[in-house]
Design a protein around this ligand. Structure first.
Ligand SMILES: Cc1ncc(COP(=O)(O)O)c(C=O)c1O
Length: 390
């Protein structure tokens, strides 16, 4: 281990999760969501793994900056990138064109620019409709205008038509999910009635896929589940068919241990220690993305149950174990915050009231991401010098 904390990422587990996804959704193509640095796990190594060891060739990011990172680090690979939110079609027109990046178009203004700017002549047309998320997307009533704009420019085919569910973490039979699915069907029917060919369609993110919702579309768009966790809220977890494992394990070490008496002030704010015990100082703080909200959560080490006490600070977290643990818990010990077993992360999430998306994404650059497949270190010699000039 490095001298502080680390996020160990087991790419073999990612491979297993991809296989398990293939069992749940055997006929669907996968557009893997790798935005926000693959939910904090490292976008380039994960995409590189998929290209080398799986059939996934389509990836979703939020911004052109993320798309550039992928193209510049993997210049020799053949794969598709969709940009989902910050399109900047005017500023980035040459980038989309030269590097064949697909903008997910969600407004009439952007569609107009896309269709009339010659840079986009050969860029696939991908449209996102709002069916109830009320964030980004064309409205159902826009179909006629969209089709008319397309026809003016001689386009008779949509490369990918998609929508996004607002409530996939609830039951698939939930009213909102049903309504969104029905609206998407109406939208597809309208396009087809105008003789527009829909090459690809997708609706499902993790929670939906886990429940078998939206698998009649050509594509699925999983993010979270491939990193391990279920997307379903606690109440409905038993309804999930997902048996993935967490690809990451967050590990740290004990900087110092000392016996402490109940009432002794600890750290910033001088919180009184709730009991006599052994105080272990972990090398994780909010400078690493370990939140002050984690106070009160439990950490298990060598079979002993400790509790986060006092305020988490920038570089350290205090954990109180029983006095009896002093014989076994020592300075320098490596401590696991969560491991690959799903239940470990789930327990920590439930205790801290966090969502897995946030807990992964908030880990800062100070926590090194270490991968188990050394041969995959993507910055291959031959790629040097071929990086894009962006
Ligand atoms: C449009 C879209 N599709 C799919 C996903 C993947 O969602 P999840 O990580 O819940 O699978 C996201 C994630 O934010 C998204 O924005």
């Amino acid at each position: 281990m490095n001298d502080r904390s680390e996020l160990q990422i087991d790419l073999n587990i990612l491979g297993e999760n991809i296989k398990k996804l293939g069992v749940l959704a055997p006929i669907n193509e996968v557009l893997f969501m790798v935005k926000a640095d693959a939910y904090g796990h490292g976008m380039v190594p994960l995409v590189s793994y998929c290209l080398n060891f799986s059939k996934i060739r389509e990836f979703g990011v939020a911004t052109c900056f993320e798309a550039r990172q992928l193209r510049s680090n993997l210049p020799l690979e053949n794969f598709e990138i969709y940009v989902f939110s910050d399109l900047n079609l005017e500023k980035n027109r040459n980038f989309y064109k030269e590097f064949n990046i697909i903008p997910v178009i969600y407004s009439l203004a952007d569609l107009n620019f896309f269709l009339f700017d010659s840079s986009y002549k050969n860029v696939p047309l991908c449209l996102k409709f709002n069916t109830g998320m009320n964030r980004l997307g064309f409205e159902e009533d826009d179909v006629e205008e969209v089709v008319s704009m397309m026809k003016t420019r001689g386009r008779s085919s949509v490369y990918h038509l998609m929508t996004h569910l607002s409530s996939a973490s609830l039951l698939g039979t939930n009213k909102r999910n049903t309504e969104q699915k029905n609206r998407f069907k109406n939208i597809k029917d309208k396009f087809e009635a105008f003789n527009i060919n829909l090459e690809r369609t997708s609706i499902s993110n993790s929670g939906a896929i886990e429940q078998g919702l939206g698998l009649e579309e050509t594509h699925i768009r999983p993010g979270l589940m491939l990193y391990g966790p279920t997307n379903l809220i606690k109440k409905y977890r038993t309804k999930s068919n997902w048996k993935g494992e967490t690809i990451s394990s967050l590990q740290t070490y004990i900087i110092k241990t000392s016996l402490i008496k109940k009432g002794t002030p600890i750290g910033y704010g001088a919180s009184p220690c709730p009991d006599d015990g052994l105080l272990a100082i972990l090398a994780l703080g909010y400078g690493d993305g370990f939140s002050t909200n984690f106070e009160g959560a439990h950490i298990f080490h060598k079979g002993h149950k400790g509790k986060i006490v006092g305020r988490v600070n920038m570089d350290m977290t205090h954990v109180l174990f029983s006095k009896e643990s002093a014989a076994e818990i020592k300075t320098g010990d490596k401590v696991k915050i969560w491991g690959h077993e799903q239940s470990e992360l789930q327990r920590f999430l439930d205790e801290t009231g966090s969502i897995p998306y946030e807990i992964f994404c908030q880990l800062t650059g100070r926590v090194p991401r270490n991968y188990n497949l050394k041969e995959l270190m993507v910055f291959k010699e031959e790629d040097h010098g071929k990086k894009l000039a962006y």
